[in-house]
Write a protein that binds this ligand. Sequence first.
Ligand SMILES: Cc1cc2nc3c(=O)[nH]c(=O)nc-3n(C[C@H](O)[C@H](O)[C@H](O)COP(=O)(O)OP(=O)(O)OC[C@H]3O[C@@H](n4cnc5c(N)ncnc54)[C@H](O)[C@@H]3O)c2cc1C
Length: 452
Amino acid sequence: MGTTTVDLLVIGGGMAGLSAATRVAAEGDSVVLVEKAEATGGSARFAGFVWTAPTVEEMRRVNPDGDPDLAAALLDGFTDGVAWIRSLGVECQPPVPVLGFGRGHQVDTNHYLDTCERLIRERGQEVLTSTWTHALVTENGVVKGADCLLPDGSERRIEATWTLLATGGFQGDPGLRAEYVHPQAADIGLRANPHSRGDGLTLGRSAGAAFGRKDAGFYGHLMPAGVSLADPARFVDLALYYSEHALLFDTTGERFVDETVGDHLTTMALLERPGARGLLVADARVHREWISASYVEGIPGVDKFQLCHRAGARSAVADSLEDFASMPEEWGYPGATIRDRIEEFNTAARANGALEPGRLLDRRPLDEPPFYVVEAAPAITFTFGGLLIDAGAHALAADGNGRSPVPGLLAAGADAGGLYRRAYAGGLAPALVFGLAAARTALGESPAAPVH
Ligand SMILES: Cc1cc2nc3c(=O)[nH]c(=O)nc-3n(C[C@H](O)[C@H](O)[C@H](O)COP(=O)(O)OP(=O)(O)OC[C@H]3O[C@@H](n4cnc5c(N)ncnc54)[C@H](O)[C@@H]3O)c2cc1C
């Protein structure tokens, strides 16, 4: 077996891993980045906005059960992270609002990822693609690298002072989804790269790193039920972001969540309903104002209903609420109950009466025919549970007195857990900020060292 020795071994070449490896290589330290897929980039290739909550207070409001120290570290590092992207000559647009409460920059993510890979190689450091990491190397509890299988079948041991797990979470593994997210999560759609299957979690736990937090949930969106997501273009095209202005009914014909507070939150709630599917109902006004409109400033709107319909989704246009009573039986929903619930909702909304569940951000009635109906199901983008870390991206072990770092081991991006609990304020930003934090730890810099 060949052996290489470096300052930092990075396992996973997406947003977190490439950011860390590039920063370390830029300082002249040695690094090997190992990527399982044929090409680097991971889910970050599909993402476009580096964003998060604008203030600690806002983060606490939307994510009250997340780790406050990690949240503070994310906000502290956000501006430097954006400056780092710009320092590589990658365009970052001026800030815009995201998801109502957040703020962030549209970034040419592919340019950033490709620039990172090029810079690592230009510094004479290695990027190994199609390479499988099967075990961490440990000595007396200290992580000292990993054993990898190269595409030609040969084995390579990469010894490293620091090893960073950045494999992007476990959303690609149905068994882990069922175990750590929800039993019904085994069967939900994947709207992410297919390679993030919990390898970082397995490797980290083998070295004593702790998983957290329990019941943290996941980031995802409602997608048309039963429609294949094999084509990544569908991850965004078919995402039913407009659910925030629609009504969602489960298979018993009841509303069960305040749809207006966020499609990503409704997605988690739907996972727990019978069969993890529901009927999403909009009217002509919602169609005009939201279904065909832009979701984030700078991204042109498309008629999602049409796209879903053409993709073969269970969908229909109802000329009146009466049509709901003759909903096809094989759909498996009580159409007359749903009609009644919509009428009750509209009566209460018009009278400014109580709504149950509430409608915090949009109380307008849905009473302008025709009605646009799509069967929706949750799809997962990345998991919130992962290896517990501190602000320096050290992976933490559970011990009797709390948490202590696993020597030599770092984790960042969706491999890291604790930041969010059933709440979301950006995926690229934590991958960037904690990827750069991991680089600082590997470089022996103090946490506050500026990016240059
Ligand atoms: C359609 C879509 C749109 C999105 N839009 C946004 C957005 O606008 N803003 C935002 O903040 N977030 C967005 N996200 C989420 C964002 O992409 C992720 O949060 C971010 O990429 C996480 O970074 P990461 O480095 O943890 O994982 P990734 O970027 O996914 O990288 C993980 C890498 O690890 C590799 N890997 C897996 N297993 C192994 C292994 N055993 N060995 C080596 N390599 C391995 C994978 O192949 C992959 O390349 C979006 C995601 C998707 C799918």
